[in-house]
Design a protein around this ligand. Structure first.
Ligand SMILES: *Cc1c(COP(=O)(O)O)cnc(C)c1O
Length: 658
């Protein structure tokens, strides 16, 4: 097979070297495994170091495995079997998805940061379990500190000496972080009701159940604090009695059925999320027993959560005495990378609270959380929009800057270190603005309620298993996250240089796609359906002359089939990897949908809301531009150019009669 001319290096057009390049060159194993020596040296050095640690524990203990053990036939047979299996595994893994390659622009995965990979491999043989300090004396601190590092990136208070310091912990992923957000919001919402039901004196409690259930997260956190102080002031016997009395009234003790039976004027609260929300929200409502019906999906306008629809829904809930648990804003949607107006959601929360409807605001930043580094100065303050803008052609839109600027006013945030943090699975994170609320999640009420006055922040969270959804959990993952954030602090001058590349890549893609549209005139209509908010770029394609939705969808499906992973074929037969998604009028709004269809010459009348298969939506290509080497400065190659050339050639060959 000859190398096609489109893949020959474009050496003549080498762009000037990017000032960030020297740093970026050191961060990853690299598409070609260029930094293999560094990784190999680190892994061997610290594996040896681990072995010395074992030997130096009690050097007087003689080796338990004899030096002759390796000569035994059973030993050798075992080793042979092990090697055989590992060879098979290693061979099979060659069919894995090449996330590391700049030819992979499909889903939300890319190369792994060396600091994280090295820290994780280094820590694995120590096998710390971050469920509690007894099993992880070192890495549990690193997890709590990683939570504080993320809190600072997001604009939450990160000084543990402050009473209202934030708290964050790791989870297996964004899904479980979202569960934790639901759990904390529900605990905070129902706690004031429990205090009233137990008739705790002296706390200046809300007048009725409705008011108590609508205290809102800030005031409810204040109540948790006042309750703990009051409890500590009671004589030991009384303290115990009151603790049990309140515990018996909590939703966590009674369950949904028991709690709402005792408070007939209250209803199971709703979660309001944009229609683009990840399916973990549906799973979470089922898991918590709130029920999927309590998830109310709000429409979008201009590819973002429609703030007016949120306001209308809140007013309707208020009229119907329908409580709201939380409003979710998505920071970087999974399908489109779009950013919801976090600022508008926060403002809606304040207005509703003033009218007596309290709820939490959670940001699902599983994808876009790390983009906050672009907006963070080294001293932790917010970068103003002009400073950020200087680096790009048009990023960030004012709406996007405003959304990131408002993160500090939200109640909790999900971020995935295993997505834009470039760390191995599973590393998600949950961060809440004020750690005092977390006392409500403690599995043993005694533990927090007794020690809260005395235990300092770092000590309290060393029993992490008390507060998190999981039990046993990886200390190695915590080490990876912490070390990465230490080596690359979470501000624009350090870690931010990495997401900066991804946004620049998206801008380059967007510009090059416009050229492709011109090149394909008369063959196909190609459009970027909406201006990217971050680093995902979609493409809508329609064969020239076609006006029907289903033919356009069939064509894009056909192209996508060539771009998707196919385990039956050798990997090398694929030139590029991409993904696809769909646009539906319910999700993007009628006006937006018409505009997008018109941009590629599709008659909106052919969109059939009741039609089967794809007829109610437009199929588009989706590209996640997170690989740091999409623009190869060493060889003057742009994989974005190469991809769009390839795509153009495929479209042409499928559409022009041979
Ligand atoms: C990926 C993603 C999730 C789920 O995270 P996992 O780490 O896959 O569990 C949730 N929300 C958004 C917006 C995501 O992009």
């Amino acid at each position: 097979m000859s190398i096609s001319p489109e893949l020959a290096p474009l050496a003549a057009a080498a762009p000037p070297r990017d000032p960030d390049r020297a740093l970026l060159d050191a961060l990853f194993l690299g598409p070609y495994g260029e930094n293999d020596t560094m990784l190999e040296k680190l892994v061997t050095e610290f594996l040896r170091d681990h072995v010395y640690w074992r030997r130096n524990f009690h050097p007087e203990d003689p080796p338990a495995i004899s030096t002759r053990a390796a000569q035994h036939p059973d030993y050798q047979a075992f080793e042979a079997r092990l090697r055989g299996e590992l060879h098979q595994l290693s061979a099979a893994l060659k069919r894995s998805v090449p996330f590391h390659s700049p030819r992979y622009i499909g889903h939300m995965a890319s190369d792994l940061l060396l600091p994280g990979l090295a820290a994780q491999i280094l820590t694995l043989p120590y096998n710390p379990n971050n469920v509690s300090e007894d099993a992880a004396p070192v890495t549990i601190d690193l997890e709590i500190r990683a939570g504080l590092q993320l809190a600072r990136m997001l604009g939450y208070p990160d000084d543990p000496a402050r009473a209202d310091c934030a708290f964050g912990h790791l989870t297996s992923g964004g899904t479980v972080a979202n569960y934790q957000a639901l759990r904390l919001a529900l605990a905070l919402k129902a706690f004031p009701v429990a205090l009233r039901a137990a008739a705790v004196p002296d706390l200046d409690l809300p007048a009725d159940d409705w008011a108590a259930f609508n205290t809102g997260p800030r005031a409810a956190t204040g109540l948790v604090e006042r309750w703990q102080v009051w409890l500590a002031s009671q004589p030991p016997r009384e303290r115990r009695r009151w603790r049990e009395a309140v515990q018996a009234q909590r939703i966590e003790s009674l369950g949904m059925v028991g709690f709402f039976a005792r408070h007939p004027e209250l209803r199971v609260p709703k979660v309001l999320a944009p229609i683009t929300a990840h399916y973990s929200w549906s799973k979470g409502l089922k898991l918590l027993g709130l029920g999927r019906d309590q998830l109310e999906l709000l429409p979008e306008r201009g590819m973002r959560l429609d703030a007016e629809a949120l306001e209308r829904t809140l007013q309707r809930c208020e009229r119907e005495r329908q409580p709201v648990l939380m409003a979710v804003a998505v920071l970087g949607t999974t399908e489109y990378g779009t950013v919801d107006p976090v600022d508008a959601v926060v403002a809606a929360r304040e207005r509703a609270l003033a009218r007596g409807l309290g709820f939490s605001v959670h940001v699902d930043g599983a994808w876009g959380g790390y983009l906050a580094t672009l907006f963070r100065e080294e001293d932790g303050s917010l970068r103003d929009i002009d400073a950020v803008r200087a680096d790009y052609a048009s990023f960030p839109l004012p709406e996007v800057h405003a959304a990131f600027a408002a993160l500090g006013d939200t109640d909790s945030i999900t971020v995935d270190p295993h997505k834009l943090g470039y760390l191995p699975y599973g590393a998600g994170a949950f961060v809440c603005r004020d750690h005092r609320a977390v006392a409500l999640l403690a599995e043993t009420a005694d533990y927090v309620f007794q020690d809260s006055g005395t235990a300092d922040y770092m000590t309290r969270y060393r029993q992490l298993g008390q507060f998190v959804p999981e039990g046993s959990k990886s200390g190695a993952a915590a080490a990876a996250v912490y070390v990465t954030h230490k080596v690359l602090p979470l501000d624009h001058a350090h870690f931010g240089r990495l997401p900066r590349q991804t946004v620049l890549a998206a801008e380059a893609f967007h510009a090059r796609a416009a050229r492709l549209a011109t090149e394909l005139e008369g063959v196909a209509r190609v459009a970027v359906p909406f201006v990217p908010d971050s680093n995902l770029v979609c493409l809508a394609i329609n064969p020239a002359g076609n006006t029907g939705l289903s033919a356009a969808n069939a064509f894009v499906r056909r192209i996508h089939d060539e771009l998707r992973c196919d385990p039956r074929q050798p990997l090398q037969l694929k030139q590029f990897f991409g993904s696809s998604t769909t646009l539906r009028p319910e999700a993007v709004g009628e006006t937006e949908m018409r505009r997008i269809l018109a941009s590629i010459g599709i008659d909106p009348a052919t969109l059939d809301p009741d039609g089967g298969h794809d007829d109610d939506r437009l199929v588009i290509l989706r590209h996640t531009l997170m690989n740091p080497y999409l623009i190869d400065h060493t060889n003057g190659r742009s994989y974005i150019d190469l991809y769009l050339q390839h795509l153009g050639a495929r479209i042409r060959s499928l559409l022009t009669p041979q």
